[in-house]
Design a binder for this molecule. Structure first.
Ligand SMILES: Nc1ncnc2c1ncn2[C@@H]1O[C@H](COP(=O)(O)OP(=O)(O)OP(=O)(O)O)[C@@H](O)[C@H]1O
Length: 259
């Protein structure tokens, strides 16, 4: 299979009150086209930092990220803006990531408004009309046209996350980074959102980087799994090998918590 993304020897540290904290230490991996790569680890293990590096929201201290044939940290601002079409994100907290004062259809349209020339095949019959486009995207994530004109506070947490997902898929990105997409939701809603993300990935052929502290969720979503601890990858395996006796002690601890 073809590599969509290659991360090579990423390092990232932060200064915390004069002390250097190494959030990501020598991390390398590949994501193949159409694959879901899961990243699991406890709080503070460096998962979100890794996600932000892949999205070029932060610069690494050293290392490279190749998306298709481009090294994203070498891109000029205009080239990076262009490349952003290929990588989108769904964050943990849809309340923070959606503009509270905008009706949701306007939030859903933001990425497409930034890329007026983009028209994914599933929007070809509606792209001429912003409202029809938003309605179609909302329908794809299980919301109704009646939700369009509501503001985020008039929706449930699960519905808000569906809006964030509609926005995330709107450009048909090659890679969707999902950073703890269900952690802010009620347990009863979490499975529905995971099912939705999995269905969209299969239907639209996107690759995912799926970040979670919940190894059960990562196991359900991912083809391949990286386990992070203190900024490093300590284990890496195909998801059907999650129970194998070859698993790292730390992976076993994560599994034991949920089983
Ligand atoms: N902007 C920042 N400034 C200073 N330190 C940071 C910053 N972002 C992350 N860190 C530190 O880097 C380390 C890794 O944090 P990160 O958020 O990547 O971990 P995580 O595994 O995603 O945890 P969580 O699931 O709690 O978000 C932590 O020690 C954290 O305190």
């Amino acid at each position: 299979m073809k590599d969509l993304l290659v991360a090579h020897r990423l390092f990232k540290s932060y200064n915390q009150s004069g002390n250097s904290v190494q959030a990501v230490k020598d991390v390398s991996f590949k994501i193949q086209k159409g694959q879901c790569l899961g990243v699991v680890g406890e709080s503070g293990s460096g998962k979100s930092t890794l996600g932000r590096l892949l999205l070029a929201l932060e610069q690494p201290d050293s290392g490279e990220v190749w998306l298709k044939d481009k090294e994203i940290f070498q891109l000029k601002e205009r080239e990076l803006r262009e490349a952003r079409r290929d990588f989108q994100v769904v964050f943990q907290n849809p309340t923070a990531s959606l503009n509270q004062r905008l009706p949701v259809w306007r939030s859903v349209m933001e990425p497409l408004n930034n890329f007026p020339e983009v028209c994914p095949p599933f929007l070809s019959d509606v792209r001429h009309s912003p409202r029809d486009t938003a309605a179609k995207l909302l329908e794809m994530v299980g919301l109704k046209a009646a939700h369009m004109d509501r503001c985020p506070h008039q929706l449930s947490g699960g519905q808000r996350q569906r809006v964030a997902i509609a926005r995330g898929i709107s450009l048909l990105p090659e890679l969707l980074v999902c950073d703890e997409p269900t952690s802010s939701l009620d347990v009863s809603v979490q499975a529905q959102i995971l099912d939705l993300l999995k269905r969209l990935q299969t239907e639209l052929g996107m690759s995912y980087l799926f970040i979670s502290h919940d190894i059960a969720a990562v196991g359900m979503m991912s083809d391949r799994i990286l386990v992070m601890k203190e900024g490093q990858i300590v284990d890496e395996f195909m998801s059907n090998q999650i129970m194998s006796k070859d698993r790292h002690e730390y992976t076993r601890q994560l599994v034991a918590v949920v089983s």
